[in-house]
Write a protein that binds this ligand. Structure first.
Ligand code: IPM
Ligand code: MG
Length: 358
């Protein structure tokens, strides 16, 4: 029996509701499979922890989770604390030291869910966005001076390193190569951002030579938003900078029918550190505690977690269970236009995992 140690960090808002649902589903999966088990440690880090201790996580927090096999994260964001404090104090405080430089965001229109794009189904919208997760505007370079004076000035410097761009480009080409269409779109803004983005384009051309079987093209990020809406079928795998892909992935999530179903993996592909899996949706304080948060984004993230652990049959079983459940509108939460609760959806997915036909 294999044992996987999972660090559960629910964080703020609806994070607690969806992460506990995610853990229930993972445990059901382990039970059904029989060849592995999960040991789950819970960490109460986040906004409430900050109010008590003046920081989002303890000083030795990274050491507490360094030896776990994976991290299941809920969300960071609290109405009483500025967003940049919660982000830099928890999510980025884990992603950056653990060098989770590849952020992977699949998008599909799942069965039973309607895209706001007319007549689009999962055959026409099946993308993976690869977001560079360590550099760009999120590198933390910049400063603010002369606050309160008319001379006030501020910079956020987008920083890109050749190794940082090469590794994400190679990751994206490799991922595109594993997908049936072997198609990669490299997104930049190399007309306006004439230094780093031009370097991105050059590095893309260099790395492409290592992957002669991958077809690739280049897009400026503004034109990419149009293409995502007007010609979704023409896209498969996408690679973009931290900020550009942040924006594109919200559009992608909306086009797939709801931000509530969108998953993400923050990967350290070399496995020197644990990787972190989380729904994209954020803390959603407006619906916190109502029991109506959509847990599908967390379940799909759990699929990515299982894939990362190389438990591929269990990962497919969970994905099939998710698709069986989304296909039935009785299990749609309010973000999908239904009236199901988090518990209803969780119970249905667990039933599907147990079911003989999944
Ligand atoms: C995301 C989110 C975060 C980001 C927020 C919560 C800071 O939008 O994961 O896409 O910008 O990275
Ligand atoms: Mg975002």
């Amino acid at each position: 029996m294999k044992t996987y140690k999972i660090a559960a960090i629910p964080g703020d808002g609806i994070g607690a509701e969806v992460v506990s649902a995610g853990i229930e589903v993972l445990q059901a999966l382990a039970k059904r499979d029989g060849s592995f088990e999960f040991l789950v440690d819970d960490f109460d880090w986040g906004g409430e922890y900050y109010k008590k201790h003046g920081r989002m996580m303890p000083g030795d927090g990274l050491d507490q989770i360094r030896n776990h096999d994976a991290i299941l994260f809920g969300s960071a964001g609290h109405p009483d604390i500025p967003d940049h404090v919660t982000l830099w104090g928890l999510r980025l405080a884990i992603c950056q030291p653990f060098d989770q430089y590849a952020n992977v965001r699949p998008t599909r229109v799942l069965p039973g869910i309607t895209s706001p794009l007319r007549k689009v189904n999962d055959k026409e919208l099946d993308w993976v966005i690869v977001r560079e997760n360590s550099e760009g505007e999120y590198a933390g370079v910049g400063g603010r001076v002369h606050q309160g004076s008319p001379l006030e000035a501020a910079t956020d410097v987008a920083m890109f390193t050749r190794p940082g761009v090469e590794r994400i480009m190679r990751f994206a080409f490799r991922l595109a190569q594993t997908r049936p269409r072997k198609l990669l779109t490299v997104v930049t803004k190399s007309n306006a951002q004439r230094h780093a983005m031009v370097m991105w384009d050059e590095i893309a051309t260099e790395i492409a030579r290592e992957f002669p079987d991958v077809t690739w093209d280049r897009m400026l990020v503004d034109a990419m938003t149009m293409r995502m809406v007007m010609r979704p079928q023409s896209i498969d795998t996408v690679v973009a900078t931290n900020l550009h892909a942040d924006i594109l992935s919200d559009l992608a999530a909306a086009l797939s029918g709801s931000l509530g179903i969108a998953p993400t993996a923050n990967l350290n592909p070399e496995r020197h550190y644990p990787s972190m899996f989380e729904p994209i949706h954020g803390s959603a304080f407006d619906i916190m505690g109502k029991g109506i948060a959509n847990p599908i984004g967390t379940f799909w993230s759990a699929v990515m977690l299982m894939e990362h652990l190389d438990e591929n049959p269990a990962a497919s079983r969970l994905m099939e269970a998710i698709e069986q459940v989304t296909a039935d509108p009785r299990f749609h939460t309010p973000d999908l236009g239904g009236s199901a609760t988090t518990d209803d959806v969780t119970a249905a997915v667990i039933d599907a995992i147990r079911g003989a036909n999944v």
